[in-house]
Ligand binder design. Sequence first.
Ligand SMILES: C[S@@+](CC[C@H](N)C(=O)[O-])C[C@H]1O[C@@H](n2cnc3c(N)ncnc32)[C@H](O)[C@@H]1O
Length: 268
Amino acid sequence: MEKSGSELSLEQKYQLYEGSVQCHESDLDFLNQEYEREFGRIPLVLREDFCGTGMLACGWADQSGEHHAYGIDLDYEPISYGKQHHLTKLSEEARERVHFVEADVLNDCSFKSDIVVAFNFSYFIFKQRAKLLEYFSQVRKGLSPQGAFFIDIFGGTDSYAPVEEETEYDDYSYFWDCESYNPLTSECLYHIHFKYEDGTKYKNVFTYDWRMWSVREVVEVMNEAGFSKVHTYWEGVDEEDGSGDGNFYRSSDEENCESWVTYIVGIN
Ligand SMILES: C[S@@+](CC[C@H](N)C(=O)[O-])C[C@H]1O[C@@H](n2cnc3c(N)ncnc32)[C@H](O)[C@@H]1O
């Protein structure tokens, strides 16, 4: 049976989403490792743009009494879920080091961060190059002198094929559905659906109206925004099954494949 995604409760909606697309522990490892490699010290202040439920921001502040996190999102719905489900799991002191801000990431911000992170391709909402440049320039203004901007990006020959890709989890399936891709504008429309074991499929739980950016375009816009260096990464391959092994290394020359996700890091 098919139902509209709006029929899921908020709890179900964000639990399913987080269980399918987020792994904040490995994100934290990557941020810490790559920042320390660049600057030879531990980063302490993180700003998570498009933070949604702020799971990463909460995990960040939980690392030590010196770690502070800001989570910025326009929408109070995921923020309120994050406050109820992630913030409350932290100690009282750690909670005070997390600041959720309901705002547009394009706004000026009054604090500086060692790291600004925008994961799950959220900057794809900026369809015009000038808008992406405005966003990257705002990010740079909010970085401390030893600051790094981390984003992820996806691509590959399958990434804009009009297909619905299913991933099975213990008691539900996650669907990544590319409804359309316009080769003349690079605009694409994606949906996330979920199906429970009883066969009920909740359609269009999340919808993303994006522009597909290429790594090269993003690197060029970061350079234009004034980042002194931009590092691109690629994922190692598991020798047994040929899939990604979760280890990302710096690289600027790789062979394309059907589907890949990787990172780009701009250094202030
Ligand atoms: C794809 S979700 C990403 C959530 C989370 N970062 C993650 O990794 O799963 C995009 C989020 O960006 C927020 N958003 C969209 N435009 C925004 C803007 N201009 N400023 C701040 N947040 C925005 C949406 O409300 C939504 O929560």
